[in-house]
Design a protein around this ligand. Structure first.
Ligand code: PGA
Ligand code: ZN
Length: 409
């Protein structure tokens, strides 16, 4: 996008694999002869024609107006006519161009747009093991993450992630555990069960010379919608029979007793609101994160706050569809005392915008995926650059409700 004068901006947008039902619509061409139907020529065409015409003369520095103009032009609730992928790419490119025009770094401009009092580096939720498809026969959970909660700076946090990853490879080698790299760069494990993967995670942390639960906590993305059947049963054990939400909650609390878990994302289906509220009330020290449940949607986030369904929201730009819309959800959630975790998608691009977004909003946490693959390293590295000027958030109060930690398998 070019502004009058010399300023310009460019952006690319990611796609998800475990997408929630309430996400903004990603417009694909559907032509089976081209990229198996996943081409985006229609979306690109909309950028060059309708969207470009509607934004002619609109001030790029007025991000809410830019975004409102595109949402109104689209005219649908889920942005399915023009495509949220088309709209979001323009929204982000416009933000970059406006920052350049104002002579500000992107994170500084984002800080002003979001009204954040203080910018800070986020604690990364590093995805280490994955239960996505392939090798992961015994796993129902999607992500096994490590959070360097004891780090005193972002560079130290990054170094801790690297130590745990190297140690994890050694643990897998020693235990003869097969794996293959999953779509988000994490190691898709042939582990026997979720418990087994958690045991391997603890061993990886200890093998790195770090203290589980103190230097490094564990985060889980249960992604329960993926294994919830239509009748409301959860197939938490892929080989066993489906269980009710109440039993899944018991199972999760059992894991909290045994492992140094500080954060659980999507513990229940995206429509199972009562199960969320009951679980969150039962584990007050735990960070309970809504990804598919809120889908970065203002109405769903409002409902979540009212019903105390979670204590944190995963914020994904492409679930919402515009930058202003995402900033608005972040603002509302934080006013209500929720934590926010800015997140990328499993099918991401080399665009590092979310690194600046996490810093500019002072979100406190970021979920990028594994530290493997250029599209994810671009974000980890942008945070490293920003760490030369921006401070660390300090203790986030992420703690583990665990009573005892295993030391060996
Ligand atoms: P997705 O998953 O990007 O594949 O939807 C990421 C997540 O669940 O956090
Ligand atoms: Zn998720």
């Amino acid at each position: 996008m070019h502004l009058r004068g010399l300023a310009w901006g460019r952006a690319s947008v990611p796609a998800g694999a475990s997408t929630g039902r309430h996400e903004a619509h990603e417009l694909r061409d559907g032509d089976p002869r081209r990229y198996a139907g996943r081409g985006v020529l229609k979306a690109v065409h909309h950028v060059h024609t309708e969207i470009a015409a509607a934004l002619e003369g609109v001030a790029a520095t007025d991000q809410p107006l830019v975004d409102r103009t595109m949402v109104t032009l689209d005219g649908t609730e889920s942005l399915r006519r023009l495509g949220a992928n088309a709209i979001l790419a323009v929204s982000m490119a416009c933000c970059r161009a406006a920052a350049q025009c104002r002579g500000l770094a992107l994170h500084q401009h984002l800080a002003e747009l979001s009204g954040t009092g203080s910018v800070s580096l986020p604690v990364p939720q590093g995805v280490m093991f994955s239960g996505r498809g392939g090798a992961a026969a015994g796993l129902s959970f999607q992500d096994f993450m490590v959070l360097p909660i004891g780090a005193r700076s972002y560079p130290e946090a990054l170094a801790m992630l690297e130590r745990v990853e190297s140690s994890a490879l050694e643990v897998l080698r020693q235990s003869n555990t097969a794996y293959r790299v999953a779509s988000d760069g994490a190691l898709g494990l042939a582990a026997r069960s979720n418990r087994h993967a958690l045991e391997l995670t603890v061993r990886a942390i200890e093998g790195a010379g770090l203290r589980p639960g103190e230097d490094v906590g564990i985060g889980l993305d249960v992604a329960a919608t993926e294994f919830c059947d239509k009748a409301g049963g959860y197939r938490v054990d892929p080989e066993g029979s489906p269980v009710r939400a109440h039993d899944l909650a018991e199972y999760l609390r059992g894991l909290l007793d045994r492992f140094p878990i500080v954060s659980i994302e999507d513990p229940f289906d995206e429509e199972d609101w009562p199960a969320w509220s009951a679980f969150t009330a039962s584990v007050p020290e735990l960070q309970v994160v809504a990804d598919d449940l809120y889908a970065t949607h203002p109405e769903r986030a409002r409902r979540g706050v009212t019903q105390r369904a979670a204590t944190a929201g995963l914020m994904k730009l492409n679930q919402n569809g515009t930058l202003s819309g995402t900033l608005e959800v972040i603002r509302r959630l934080r006013e209500a005392g929720h934590r926010c975790i800015v997140a990328g998608r499993s099918a991401d691009t080399e665009d590092a915008f979310i690194a600046d977004l996490a810093v500019g909003t002072g979100a406190g946490q970021i979920k990028i995926g594994a530290r493997r693959g250029g599209e994810r390293l671009a974000k980890y590295n942008q945070l490293l650059r920003l760490s030369e000027d921006v401070g660390w958030p300090g203790p986030l109060g992420l703690t583990t409700p665990a009573r005892s930690h295993p030391t060996a398998l």
